[in-house]
Unconditional design. Structure first.
Length: 202
């Protein structure tokens, strides 16, 4: 019952409450991004969703407009030169993820679930297949994120994602949400150019 109905209901409630309380943060970040590097403040990217169906994730843009397209951050030559000043701050505190509340409202994502892989992250997709980790909506945060974030190997991340999909519950989601807050505030486990950083935009 929780997976089929209540999880979606709670996700919508959290999205609405979050937008009502933080709309001014979105406005400030939107303006800061455009001032730092003229162009779109939002970034759209093709990702793998539930049952390996494609969808487009929304993020605040953290890289320059001339960054090569569809290349994960860790595969770019000298990726640091593409990250904007405000983008570095956004990534450090995961603020670039905020627009994903609209993906949750649309039904492409949930607050908690496996982080959605890039469409061409074939190594992660293959590992997740082994652990049946594509059977739930991808999340803004997840079980793997509270166990290491960027410090996890692809194999370990896929294993944790698979475990979460098999054990979804209200209390597990609450644990993931509360377990995300402190590491994000402390920027703990964020490593630019790491395996998990391939989750970032091109």
């Amino acid at each position: 019952m929780y997976k089929k109905f209540f999880k979606r209901f709670f996700s919508i409630v959290l999205c609405v409450l979050g937008l009502l309380l933080t709309w001014w943060v979105y406005l400030i970040l939107f303006l800061a991004i455009k001032i730092d590097d003229p162009g779109s403040a939002l970034f759209k990217q093709k990702r793998i969703g539930k049952d390996k169906k494609y969808f487009y994730i929304l993020k605040f843009r953290s890289m320059r407009m001339d960054t090569p397209h569809d290349i994960p951050t860790h595969l770019l030559e000298d990726p640091d030169r593409y990250i904007t000043r405000i983008g570095r701050f956004l990534r450090k505190y995961s603020l670039d993820e905020l627009p994903q509340v609209f993906n949750v409202l649309k039904g492409d994502m949930a607050f908690v679930g496996p982080r959605p892989a890039l469409w061409n992250q074939y190594d992660l997709i293959e590992e997740r297949d082994k652990h049946h980790a594509h059977g739930a909506l991808p999340g803004i945060t997840g079980w793997a994120q509270i166990h290491g974030r960027d410090e996890l190997t692809i194999e370990k991340k896929a294993e944790l994602d698979g475990w979460y999909v098999q054990h979804q519950s209200f209390w597990l989601d609450v644990k993931c949400l509360f377990g995300t807050v402190l590491p994000v505030l402390l920027a703990k486990g964020v490593v630019e150019g790491s395996v998990e950083s391939s989750d970032k935009e091109e």
